[in-house]
Write a protein that binds this ligand. Structure first.
Ligand code: CTP
Length: 464
């Protein structure tokens, strides 16, 4: 039987894009039931949705063909996705209001809820909206952040509804995640829905832990208007910060990316350059039990930033570069006993081979490696496919949301913390990169590990 998805549509100009989301969800084999708020019907007619959905669009809490329609809709749903989600519907969900069919349905469900906000930049950045979103995230509601782009009335900025394909991919990956971890369907089913927690139940296993997470690509100025940077969006780092806060940690997030999460339990330090990131991260790390370097720190910066804008009329400038501070190396050198340090490596091709070499060289407890050339795992996606390399071996994870990747990383970190003394036997060295600090990491030979990475079968290890 196809899975049932409620497509909630609230009243914003992006409501017309929800028709495309609806069509693509149906194309993906899902049973889609559109539920429109009264304001949504001012932008798009219910008839349009009825024409492309699996059953007629519903709009009425009262005068509906069936009594109490919201409970039926909510109880039978496998997932509720709200696209676009206006500031108003986010506030209703955060408050638990139930005076229209969509908000009542979102309250009368234990299915996962995904919201896709879309609104003008001023509204999106307003603390009221961000606090409501933080409340929803804390309860386990998933969010597809809006893009930056053209808005209504000729404005441009953050708040544009995410691309329909991105929304559809996120719906499919959430359904997949919940199918992988089936929950009982009775009324006492453990928390999910807008009022519960659709995340898998990791409890608050990071409670009392202080963690530092870095995120985003640093910007190294060339002149006051230009910089050298990279394509990191900061989404994976922000997901790590969010999930750690949800699991009870006190999180310091040092981020070079815009739109840091505003969840409770996250102390955000906004930085721009590698130098600033080092200055923020190193002191914060002194008090932390866990440091996760998810940031894409620039390796080089212009030796001198021009004090005023370089102009075309001048000769073609020659940029002299110098190395930035290696923050990870400094962290490893200063590591306190018991401190867990996690590094990241974004590679292009042979990610596992390069990752294993880096793991041995960097002296970290865990290295999260991904191949940014793999579809859905590169920069700016909401999904990622990573391998986790530790002294215990290599774990290849499937393509999944960045939140799910973050949870998997924290699972490993919790194990490392529990192991008591995760400090590797020696400081990082450049010698013998394969059998250096973490001999266990190469339990799988490179070929075996590569095969595992490519999802092929693994022959038993030859230990001769
Ligand atoms: N990193 C850091 N400081 C830098 C550069 C990188 O702390 N100046 C951290 C990153 O946050 C990441 C890890 O180091 O966690 C590995 O980054 P990467 O660029 O892959 O390492 P490199 O040794 O620079 O490898 P490559 O030669 O492939 O660039």
């Amino acid at each position: 039987m196809p899975q049932r998805v409620i497509l909630g549509v609230s009243g914003g100009i992006a409501a017309y894009k929800a028709v495309e989301v609806c069509r693509r969800l149906v194309d993906a084999g899902l049973h889609v039931v559109p539920v429109l708020t009264p304001s949504a019907t001012r932008f798009v007619t219910p008839l349009t949705f009825s024409a492309v959905a699996s059953e007629p669009a519903q709009t009425e809490l009262w005068n509906a063909p069936v009594p109490i329609p919201h409970t039926r809709l909510g109880q039978r749903a496998d997932l509720i996705v709200i696209a676009p989600a206006t500031a108003d519907i986010l506030a209703r969900l955060a408050c638990g209001l139930a005076d229209d069919l969509l908000s009542a349905t979102a309250l009368a469900t234990r299915a996962p809820v995904l919201v896709c906000p879309a609104m003008h930049t001023e509204m999106w950045e307003h603390p009221a909206v961000q606090e409501n979103l933080a409340t929803l995230r804390r309860r386990g509601v998933e969010v597809v952040d809006p893009d930056v782009g053209a808005l209504a009335a000729g404005d441009v900025g953050a708040g544009r509804l995410a691309d329909p394909q991105v929304i559809v991919e996120r719906v499919l990956s959430l359904l997949e995640r919940h199918r992988a971890r089936p929950q009982s369907s009775g009324p006492s089913r453990a928390g999910s829905g807008a009022s519960g927690a659709p995340h898998r139940d990791t409890g608050r296993d990071l409670r009392g832990r202080r963690v530092v997470v870095t995120a985003g690509g640093t910007r190294e100025p060339i002149d006051p208007v230009r910089f050298l940077s990279n394509r990191s969006s900061g989404k994976q780092g922000h997901a790590l910060a969010r999930t750690a806060a949800r699991r009870g940690a006190a999180v310091t997030l040092v981020t070079a990316a815009p739109f840091a999460p505003a969840d409770e339990g996250i102390h955000v330090l906004a930085v721009e350059t590698a130098e600033e990131m080092a200055r923020a991260t190193l002191p914060a790390a002194e008090q932390a039990e866990v440091i996760v370097m998810a940031a894409a720190v620039a390796d080089y910066r212009p030796k001198r930033a021009a004090p005023s804008k370089l102009t075309r009329s001048e000769r073609v400038p020659e940029l002299e570069l110098e190395p930035t501070p290696d923050i990870l190396r400094a962290l490893v050198e200063r590591r306190r006993p018991g401190q867990v340090i996690v590094g990241f490596a974004a590679e292009t091709g042979d990610a596992l081979g390069k990752g294993m070499e880096k793991f041995a060289r960097k002296g970290v407890d865990l290295l999260v490696v991904n191949d940014v050339m793999v579809a859905g795992a590169g920069f700016d996606h909401d999904t990622n496919q990573v391998a986790l390399i530790s002294a215990a071996g290599i774990e290849q994870l499937p393509l999944q949301t960045k939140d799910a990747v973050a949870d998997a990383v924290w699972d490993r970190v919790v194990e490392l913390l529990a192991a008591g003394d995760p400090v590797p036997p020696s400081a990082p060295t450049d010698e013998d990169p394969v059998h250096g600090a973490h001999p266990g990491a190469v339990r799988l030979g490179t070929e075996h590990a590569r095969n595992a990475y490519l999802g092929q079968s693994i022959e038993p290890e030859d230990h001769r």
